[in-house]
Design a protein around this ligand. Structure first.
Ligand SMILES: Nc1ncnc2c1ncn2[C@@H]1O[C@H](COP(=O)(O)OP(=O)(O)OP(=O)(O)O)[C@@H](O)[C@H]1O
Length: 252
């Protein structure tokens, strides 16, 4: 059964057809790449999958539930989480608080219990702190828990964003250019981390990435987008040798 399925998905901005007739299917636990030249429509697809944009045509379903009319929080509750091309963190807050805030939706204590610091507040606070530290540990960042997020290196900020996305307990994680701005060592480390979290959390991942070594190295299947349309899909080897894909990248 597919976890994510888009059927003839499309969106227009005025006269521009940014996404056209896109059919993507992802099963539980798959690690899939979404590649294509600049402006091909990749981020627009993420915005459609997360309810930021509403489709002009077609359908998106998560576990066979249509999300076309759902709000972003409803889509998050169905198990979709994302990171952004331009990092979005609470840069003035600590690393730990950034992750704890992402866990916040699952807290059960009410405002009264929080203000008066009643037992349930402390119990859940401790649980959330422990869970946040466990998540940071996966990214080798537990020791940075008290550092202000804005003071982290670029690569560490990207990892923190992924940790925040994981805190929402997703079934599908959308990563928008997670290696952007990273040096080769950081990129290699990130590749391992992405594979690791897929295996550990048994989640599906859809990855937008320009770093071809990263994409080809870890993705099981790829979709290639050009001018809003899927021009190829298949195994990394098949995509690398696809003439239309090569032409799209060379701008022929
Ligand atoms: N809100 C919007 N209003 C108008 N045009 C938009 C909007 N969002 C995206 N577009 C246009 O849709 C097209 C696809 O943009 P998108 O950002 O999805 O491409 P991309 O493949 O993610 O590119 P990149 O690799 O450079 O990030 C572009 O022509 C872009 O200008």
């Amino acid at each position: 059964m597919s976890l994510l399925k888009t059927t003839d998905l499309g969106i227009s901005f005025g006269g521009l057809r940014a996404v056209d007739d896109v059919n993507i299917e992802i099963k539980e636990g798959e690690l899939i790449g979404l590649i294509g030249p600049n402006g091909a429509g990749k981020t627009t697809i993420f915005n459609l999958l997360t309810g930021v944009y509403k489709p002009t045509d077609g359908d998106i379903s998560i576990n066979q539930i249509s999300i076309n009319k759902k709000t972003t929080p409803q889509i998050v509750a169905l198990g979709v989480a994302r990171t952004f091309q331009n990092i979005r963190l609470f840069k003035e807050l600590s690393v730990l608080d950034n992750v704890k805030l992402a866990f916040n939706n699952s807290m059960n204590y009410n405002t009264f219990e929080a203000i008066f610091r009643l037992p349930r507040f402390w119990k859940e606070e401790k649980e959330v702190t422990d869970n946040a530290l466990d998540l940071l540990d996966i990214f080798d960042m537990a020791e940075m828990a008290n550092i202000t997020a804005g003071n982290l290196s670029y690569g560490q900020q990207r990892k923190l964003e992924i940790a925040r996305a994981l805190a929402t307990n997703p079934k599908l994680l959308l990563l928008d250019e997670p290696a952007a701005g990273m040096n080769p060592n950081e990129t290699k480390e990130l590749m391992n981390t992405i594979s690791f979290i897929r295996n550990k959390f048994k989640i599906a991942i859809l990855l937008i990435e320009h770093d071809m070594d990263l994409v080809m190295g870890i993705c099981e299947r790829l979709y290639v987008l050009n001018f809003g349309r899927i021009i190829a899909s298949g195994l990394p080897d098949e995509i690398q040798n696809n003439k239309e894909v090569i032409a799209a990248y060379l701008g022929e």
